[in-house]
Each structure stands twice: as structure tokens, then as C-alpha cells.
Design a protein around this ligand. Structure first.
Ligand code: ATP
Ligand code: MG
Length: 401
């Protein structure tokens, strides 16, 4: 028996409140996007608001994979359709039990009778469907308290749905439903994961990457494009800003105390990102920082660095261990790209002993001496390249400016 439809469930936030229409609109867009490779599949909405997908012959397995990329989707169930008639429902219920990958020992039937004209009541239907299944499958028992399988039957006006499986969706909020943020994306393991978690929380992100060409190679840049493309699988497409950072880095190296260079570099990155955020109407900065992970991520450094920006800085990984971050990178597919060995712009300028406890006053004073800094920041912003990265191969034609 083949799956006919997929019933979709959304988080509680989707069901109530003033934002419902907007959230629904956003999630509908995302579902339609991931279903594009399955042209016959159709997204439908019932009169009281529930959504489901009519597969029309497309493979369930493909749809299942695609739905794993829709934020805001809590869970979904492959279901078969049957006309609202006793014999057809008995047959569908039995077929659903027979197609379970693991044969259960216990089950129960749960009936929802939306169609009030249906000749049998819920209690009778439990007996009629349960009895039919028990007659045809040996070694199976009913357990209403703790069954291995719950067979759900929804009797509607024109058709009925029968299902027993429930696959988890990614959860979170529909993409974009909480606004837009700039993601500071290095080539490392952490920032792509931070970007994924921010998107899952309903933020549309635009990626910002600082490169030190020619000290960093074309391949280092390609690596960041590849990471962005992997994230774009969850969004349809992602804008990537490539910021030339060589000039600022070289000048900083000449003019500041060596142990403060990372702190000053990061502050310059935040300033540039904030300027780009303004330009692109984004309201936050997302980073892959994790408290205490490296010298530049002490609380003191986060404080001094974070003060370079007025926008809220969102650090989804701030309390996570590397051991919690890595499995997420594996699951979303960024890990194998992140561990490629190409140099990041910061590793080139790492001092022997970066300050773990910088003083905001000292840092600010050093910046005041650097009269060239504001103009260098403007110039980096002016020379930033913007690309639109899609899940498929990105070509030069996608370069926006
Ligand atoms: P990641 O694994 O994300 O590179 P990290 O553990 O190497 O993080 P840092 O190098 O201290 O940590 O960087 C902290 C954060 O600063 C990164 O997570 C990222 O958000 C941002 N960042 C660092 N380098 C760059 C860069 N070249 N371009 C854009 N953002 C960067
Ligand atoms: Mg890094």
C-alpha cells in the first residue's frame, strides 16, 4: 500500500494569535519550495486550517527528506486515504497495520469522527476496526494504555485518513518569521551551525565572510560559498557578502599591541557587519562564538568585542560544548566542508598570546589613535562583493555586485 497523503503538524505558535496568517504564509512558501522537485505533489488546506500534502504518485521517501528542511514543521504522518465507508476503512486500517516496518505486539485504534453523518459512533468504530484487525493479524493484542502502535482514523466528510506513523520535523519557527540577521560566517565548524540554529528560530540570514586575499586562497573563499550553499538548502537561497579584510588586518598589525589584534580585528568585523546590516535591513548579528572556547571568546573579550556594535548579537552556541556542536554540523552537512584545511583570515594573524582580559578603555584608546580606521571600514564596505548562493552550483552569474 502506498502513502497517499502526508498530514502536517505545526508548533503551537502557528495555531493561535495575531501572527497566524503571516506564519502560515511563510511556511506555505517553504513547503512549496522543498516540494518543487516533486512536481505532482500538492499542498492542500482543509477548511478548518489543517494542511496536508497530496502526493499524487510521488514517492513518500523523497517528500520525507524534503520536509526535514522546513522550519516550523513539528511532525508529519504518512497516511492513506479511504472513502468514509465501513468496509473501505476496515481494509485501509488493516493495510496500514500490515505495512508497519516492525510488527507490533500491541495496538489501539483512535477514531476521530468529524463527519457527524457517519452511521457508526466512535465507540462502535473502535470495535469494528479493532476487531477486523485482530481477526486478520495473529499474535496482536489491544492495549489502550500503552500500545506500541496507535492507529489513527479520521473520518471526514468526503474522505478519511488512516495513519499510524509520526516523523519528527525540524521544529522551530517558519523561516523569516522572526526577521532578518547577518550571520558572521567563517570557514570553521561553529558559525555554520550558529547560522542553522538562527534560521531554525525563524531568522532569515545573510552571510558575511571576511577574507584576506591573497593571503587566503580562492579555495578558502570557495569553501565559504560551499558552506553557504549547504545552509541555502534550508532557505532556498542565501545572500553572501564577501568582505576584503586584508588592508585592515595589515594596518592593525602595524599599529596595535600584538596581544590585542584579535580583539581589534573582531571589533572591525562587527562594525562592518553592522554597516552591511543597515544596508540590508537586518536587525541582529549572529556569530558562532561559544563562551571560553578560545582566548578571544572569554567573557571579557565578548564584552569588548560586542560593544563595537549597537545591534543585538545573537550567539546560538554560547553555552554549548564542541561535543554538542559537532553532531549538529554532521547532521546539517557542513562538517565535512568545515574541516577542509584552507586558511582562515584570522589564523594568519594570530598572536602568540592573545589577551583574554582586554580593557575596553585601552582598546578604545588604541582605536582613537588609528585615524585611518573609519575610512578603512567604509572602504571595506564599499568593496564588499555580494552573491546570491543557491543550493545548486553557484555560477558567476549569481554575483550581484
Ligand atoms: P568558527 O568555527 O565559526 O570559525 P571559531 O571557534 O573558529 O568559530 P573564532 O575564530 O574565535 O571562533 O570566531 C568567532 C566567530 O567570529 C565565528 O564563529 C564567526 O561568527 C566570526 N568569524 C570569525 N572569523 C570570521 C571570518 N573570517 N568571516 C566572518 N566571520 C568570522
Ligand atoms: Mg574559526
Amino acid at each position: 500500500m502506498k502513502t497517499d497523503v502526508i498530514l502536517l503538524r505545526f508548533g503551537e505558535i502557528m495555531l493561535k494569535g495575531r501572527n497566524r496568517a503571516r506564519f502560515e504564509n511563510q511556511i506555505v512558501q517553504q513547503i512549496k519550495r522543498v516540494l518543487k522537485p516533486l512536481p505532482k505533489a500538492e499542498l492542500l488546506k482543509e477548511s478548518h486550517g489543517r494542511m496536508y500534502i497530496e502526493l499524487n504518485g510521488e514517492r513518500y521517501e523523497e517528500a520525507e527528506k524534503a520536509l526535514g528542511k522546513v522550519f516550523g514543521l513539528l511532525s508529519f504522518s504518512p497516511a492513506v486515504k479511504a472513502p468514509p465507508e465501513l468496509a473501505a476503512l476496515q481494509e485501509a486500517a488493516l493495510a496500514e497495520m500490515n505495512r508497519l516496518p516492525v510488527k507490533p505486539k500491541t495496538f489501539k485504534v483512535s477514531v476521530r469522527r468529524v463527519n457527524k453523518q457517519f452511521p457508526y459512533d466512535t465507540y462502535e468504530m473502535h470495535r469494528l476496526l479493532g476487531g477486523h484487525i485482530l481477526q486478520h493479524i495473529e499474535g496482536l493484542e489491544v492495549d489502550v494504555n500503552d500500545p506500541e502502535v496507535e492507529l489513527n482514523v479520521e473520518i471526514r466528510n468526503r474522505e478519511s485518513f488512516v495513519y499510524s506513523q509520526r516523523a519528527p520535523g525540524p521544529g522551530g519557527f517558519p523561516l523569516g518569521s522572526n526577521g532578518k540577521a547577518m550571520l558572521m560566517l567563517s570557514g570553521g565548524i561553529d558559525s555554520p551551525v550558529a547560522g542553522y540554529l538562527a534560521m531554525k528560530r525563524g531568522l532569515r540570514v545573510e552571510a558575511v565572510h571576511f577574507h584576506s586575499y591573497p593571503y587566503t586562497s580562492e579555495r578558502a573563499k570557495q569553501k565559504v560559498i560551499d558552506l553557504t550553499r549547504t545552509l541555502a538548502d534550508y532557505a532556498g537561497s542565501i545572500h553572501l557578502h564577501l568582505v576584503p579584510f586584508t588592508d585592515i588586518q595589515t594596518k592593525l598589525k602595524e599599529s596595535c599591541r600584538e596581544n590585542l589584534i584579535i580583539t581589534l580585528m573582531r571589533r572591525a568585523m562587527f562594525r562592518i557587519t553592522e554597516r552591511l546590516a543597515e544596508r540590508r535591513d537586518a536587525m541582529a548579528i549572529v556569530t558562532g562564538e561559544s563562551l571560553g572556547q578560545v582566548a578571544s571568546q572569554t567573557l571579557a573579550n565578548m564584552n569588548v568585542i560586542g560593544r563595537a556594535a549597537q545591534l543585538p548579537v545573537i550567539r546560538p552556541l554560547v553555552t554549548m560544548d564542541k561535543l554538542e556542536i559537532m553532531p549538529i554540523a554532521e547532521t546539517i552537512g557542513t562538517f565535512p566542508i568545515s574541516i577542509l584545511p584552507y586558511e582562515d583570515c584570522c589564523t594568519l594573524f594570530v598572536p602568540k598570546s592573545p589577551s583574554t582580559n582586554p580593557s575596553l578603555k585601552v582598546v578604545e584608546r588604541q582605536e582613537q589613535w588609528m585615524e585611518w580606521l573609519p575610512e578603512a571600514i567604509e572602504e571595506a564596505v564599499r568593496n564588499t562583493e555580494l552573491m546570491l548562493v543557491k543550493p545548486e552550483q553557484t555560477t558567476d552569474e549569481d554575483r550581484l555586485f
